[in-house]
Design a protein around this ligand. Structure first.
Ligand code: ADP
Ligand code: MG
Length: 727
């Protein structure tokens, strides 16, 4: 958006150095704020505003609360002239009573604040004796009968050394007055009107159309009301998000339209046959998501869909349905799990469900013998295996005869959603990625801008509640007692600790963590599974079968521990977060999490999901390692309040900020200037929808009225639009 064609008093590209009162030295300082020319100034938005104090009658003044008064000076004197300790005082008589104003070490005040002068003062008063007193109030001298001026809202800008608020205000004043009109409008009037309507529909407070660029620029620097600020900010936030979403929509379209995918269609007969294989009715949510998936797969370009659903929401069913439909259409499907334990679990589920059918299921994982492995690979390449399940690492670049669908389970890692290099016989498979770590919608819409999103909110019926307890001091005895009682009833228990051994520096990380807190570690007082295991089995649970599970065990060892636990041969499983992902042992109903403050909320929520799998109510107690009890930890309290994974992710996001959760950096997108992924989620959703429609109508934005908008988008997102990279 270049606007140099307009005759202006100030060129937009004019260097700040030549503006009145700037010069070379200041210009350098301004450059530190990213301010080089007049255009930069216009788009240097205030970070906040200073609102004028409300005018308040004297009998309504409150100590320390900002107020403004208009009155006449009836008495003024220098109370003390001692240099360095001078005091000037005056009485201001208003229509509702009089107040005193005081200035220390400003004897010059006596020259302007003279008898009979009309003034407006504002500040926070203090009651001394019988009179309200304002120390160093802001004073505006009013001319005789002149109407009291409307007090101004003042912008507050980010500053740097040597640049004062007043300097920036002067400069932005000058820039808005003499150059705002020269900025070219990138959002045509119809787009501003339509968008305003859409925003209103989404419940966002927009009065009339979104303001045009010149109006918005003036209002954001020199607003005359709160409403004007909101309108201007909404416009800029929307514009910024729209430009981003346009880029993502174009990218989405270019990516998919270049690829050729198998058309996988659904018939009533197939639908009925597949559903017959499930031992239960689908929930409404599962049905809806299956429909979304089927529409995608019936197109000739690859589906790229992420299915989010809380722990236990029944994502597997959706995947199984889609895979069976692919097989029914004569294609192969592959299901990738992050761990061998989970891959085997899926394999068993599929085998059970497909028992007696002609569908052939294969398993590819690390613990196969060389011969078994060869067989599976050959069967897959020959098309004899219809459904292949395996661990992700092993499924890269293997050969399929006719791959139609690739499902990736438990994909939590942000930003590393690599497209797997699968050779599928000249076609690109459809992708379905499943995640139980709910990503706030706004993050998903940004990070995974080129991915369609489906969400399972509803849980399958018959789910038991998980009771979550935030432990405080002296709780452990009682808790172990409680666990023993559950064990006596035939249930099983988990004990989770953040790290493997006491001497280990870092919290255990496996591929599935949204790992957090290991920063100030390296101290012995962090719970470790080795210590806890030794301790519990020699004391409290000496009479029970206690086992140990962590990421340093071999796959076979892990598998045999998990199998034994699933078979009920172990009472208490002491584990790191390797149990976090997908494990399904319905008889395990109690869990203690030690060092809970070291985990992310989403991860804790995942963990507790392990004890809500069956018909018995689940119980989870959170203990901390630090001095602060879990019950006093504000972050952990969220878990007690809600069982909704999305709400939890949202809360985590708000408390920790988007920073460490996704990092704009990781997304590969340029930073946002005014919009916030935390604060502006509703506007983002509207921007995404509007962008999608615009690109559906006009895939390359060829409409001349959108030329400037397109140019702005290209400038900002060119790198992201180049199709070379993945993700
Ligand atoms: P997740 O979304 O965590 O992967 P799963 O797919 O493992 O969840 O499902 C959790 C459990 O719920 C499984 O035991 C599954 O059999 C069961 N389940 C899934 N859908 C339904 C349904 N519609 N009705 C009853 N049980 C269901
Ligand atoms: Mg699952």
């Amino acid at each position: 958006m270049q606007g140099e064609d307009n005759a202006t008093e100030l060129e937009l590209t004019a260097s700040l150095q030549f503006l009145p009162g700037v010069g070379g030295d200041r210009a350098q300082k301004l450059a530190k704020l990213g301010l080089r020319n007049v255009r930069d100034l216009l788009f240097f938005f205030p970070r906040d505003y200073e609102f004028p104090a409300p005018s308040v009658p004297v009998d309504r003044l409150r100590e320390g609360v900002e107020a403004a008064l208009v009155g006449v000076i009836t008495d003024a004197e220098i109370v003390s002239r001692t240099p360095g300790k001078s005091v000037f005082g005056a009485i201001v008589e208003t229509s509702t009573g009089s107040v005193r104003i005081l200035f220390f070490n400003q004897p010059f005040r006596a020259e302007t604040l003279t008898f009979d002068r009309k003034v407006m003062i504002s500040g926070a008063p203090k009651l001394t004796g019988l009179r309200w007193e304002f120390v160093h109030p802001k004073v505006t001298i009013l001319d005789g009968d002149e109407a009291v001026p409307k007090p101004q809202i003042l912008p507050i800008y980010a500053l740097t050394d040597g640049i004062k608020q007043a300097d920036l205000r002067k400069l932005t004043d000058l820039a808005t007055a003499s150059a705002a009109h020269a900025i070219r409008e990138v959002m045509p009037e119809s787009l501003r009107r339509q968008s305003a309507i859409r925003l209103r529909h989404a419940g966002i407070n927009v009065v009339g159309d979104l303001p045009d660029i010149a109006t918005a620029l003036r209002a954001i620097h020199r607003p005359d009301s709160k409403e004007a600020i909101v309108a201007a900010r909404t416009r800029f936030i929307f514009q910024e998000l729209l430009v981003m979403q346009l880029a993502l929509a174009i990218r989405r379209r270019r990516l998919t339209s270049a690829l050729q995918a198998p058309v996988i269609s659904r018939t009533g007969l197939w639908d009925a046959r597949i559903k017959n294989r499930f031992p239960f009715e689908l929930t409404g949510d599962q049905q809806r998501v299956i429909d979304e998936v089927c529409v995608d797969m019936s197109r000739q370009f690859p589906m790229n869909r992420m299915l989010q659903g809380d722990v236990g929401s029944g994502k597997t069913v959706v995947a199984v349905y889609a895979m069976m439909l692919a097989v029914a259409n004569g294609y192969q499907a592959v299901l990738m799990a992050p761990t061998e334990v989970l891959a085997r679990q899926h394999f068993r589920t599929l085998q059970k469900m497909l028992d007696g059918s002609r569908v052939r299921v294969g398993l590819l994982c690390g613990s196969l013998t060389a011969a078994e492995r060869r067989d599976v690979l050959a069967g897959t390449a020959a098309g004899e295996i219809d459904l292949l399940v395996g661990t992700q690492a092993l499924l890269f670049s293997i050969e399929f005869a006719k791959l139609g669908l690739c499902v990736i389970d438990e994909q939590h890692k942000f930003g590393v959603r690599q497209r797997v290099q699968l050779r599928g016989g000249g076609i690109d498979p459809h992708y379905l990625v499943m995640s139980a770590t709910p990503i706030p919608r706004s993050v998903a819409m940004t990070m995974f801008g080129d991915v369609e999103l489906s969400t399972l909110n509803e849980k399958p019926p018959g789910r038991c509640e998980v009771n979550t307890y935030l432990a405080h001091d002296g709780w452990k005895e009682r808790w172990w007692q409680f666990v023993k009682e559950r064990l006596a009833e035939g249930r099983q228990a988990y004990v989770v600790a953040p790290r493997v051994s006491p001497d280990e520096r870092n919290t255990e990380r496996n591929t599935d963590q949204d790992a957090e807190a290991d920063s100030e570690d390296g101290k012995e007082d962090v719970s470790s599974v080795l210590t806890v295991f030794e301790n519990l089995r020699s004391t409290v649970f000496a009479d029970h079968r206690v086992a140990l599970l962590h990421g340093r065990l071999s796959n076979e060892e892990k598998q045999s521990v998990m199998d034994a636990f699933a078979a009920g041969e172990i009472d208490v499983l002491v584990s790191t977060t390797v149990i976090e992902v997908g494990i399904d042992v319905p008889n395990a109903t109690v869990m203690a999490i030690l060092g809970a403050e070291r985990f992310g909320l989403a991860q804790l929520h995942q963990l507790r999901g392990r004890v809500s799998r069956g018909t018995h109510a689940g119980h989870v107690a959170l203990f901390t390692d630090g001095a602060q009890a879990a019950s006093d930890n504000e972050r952990l309290q969220v878990l007690e309040k809600t069982d909704d994974g999305f709400e939890i992710a949202e809360a985590d996001f708000r408390m920790r900020g988007p920073g460490d959760m996704l990092g704009q950096r990781q997304s590969g997108l340029p930073p946002l200037r005014i919009a916030s992924l935390v604060e502006d989620q509703e506007i983002l959703a509207v921007a995404r929808a509007v962008a999608q429609e615009m690109i559906d109508d006009d895939p390359e934005m060829d409409d001349p009225s959108l030329a400037d908008l397109k140019q702005q988008m290209m400038k900002r997102y060119e790198a992201r639009l180049s199709m070379g990279d993945t993700a």
